[in-house]
Design a protein around this ligand. Structure first.
Ligand SMILES: [Zn+2]
Length: 208
């Protein structure tokens, strides 16, 4: 078998998920967007913190609970300082925590847009017949792995399926079922393209 070209894909999600809230000012269900601001209530030894969301139409606010009646001793001072100073990195991490968001709101709108930065890690560059893609994703994305691959490699999902059927596509560590789930940190995708006439185009789209 011909050699693998190893490429790292660093995935940065574009649009944060938006909770769908029954807006009492608009009188109907509206998406709320993250304001990037926290509200911190330090009541004696207990601390509450929320990330503030605002209705896209009327600016009405909704609070996404981050800390609830948390003992001051249990919070790292750096984390408290980040909350109190509306640290953008911390706000972004919470804004993209769709699992926590879904635990507080029944309906959440998710967006599959991502930016992918591609870096060659090593392996055979000239006449490579196979790709090994290493995914790096700091925050969760709702984008399905097969959609990500199809989009970034410039091939159809049915062709991905055909490669899978011929056992020319493998996903580690979760196996092929991971294709139909969200793209995850640490996933490694190996694709044997030796039999594909347009493999140069695919490898070039992959970042090689
Ligand atoms: Zn509203």
């Amino acid at each position: 078998m011909s050699g693998y070209l190893r490429i790292r894909w660093t995935i940065t999600p574009g649009t944060a998920p938006r909770p769908l809230i029954n807006c009492n000012r608009c009188g109907t269900v509206k998406p709320y967007r993250c304001s990037g601001k926290f509200r911190v209530n330090a009541n004696g030894k207990r601390i509450d913190a929320w990330l503030i969301y605002r209705c896209v139409d009327c600016d009405n606010s909704w609070n996404f609970g981050i800390l609830e009646r948390c003992s001051r001793r249990d919070i790292e001072p750096a984390r408290l300082a980040a909350l109190e100073s509306n640290d953008p990195g911390l706000a972004r991490r919470h804004a993209f925590d769709v699992i926590a968001l879904r635990s507080q709101v029944r309906r959440v709108e998710e967006f599959p847009d991502v930016a992918v930065c591609k870096d060659v890690l090593g392996g055979i560059q000239e006449n490579a017949g196979a790709l090994e893609l290493h995914l790096k994703a700091g925050v969760l994305t709702s984008l399905r792995l097969d959609r990500l691959l199809a989009c970034e490699l410039g091939i159809s999902r049915s062709r991905l399926q055909a490669l899978e059927d011929k056992q020319r596509l493998a996903v580690h560590p979760d196996g092929i079922k991971a294709l139909r789930k969200s793209a995850r940190e640490g996933a490694v995708i190996r694709i044997n393209l030796a039999a594909e006439p347009d493999r140069k185009d695919i490898i070039s789209a992959a970042g090689g």
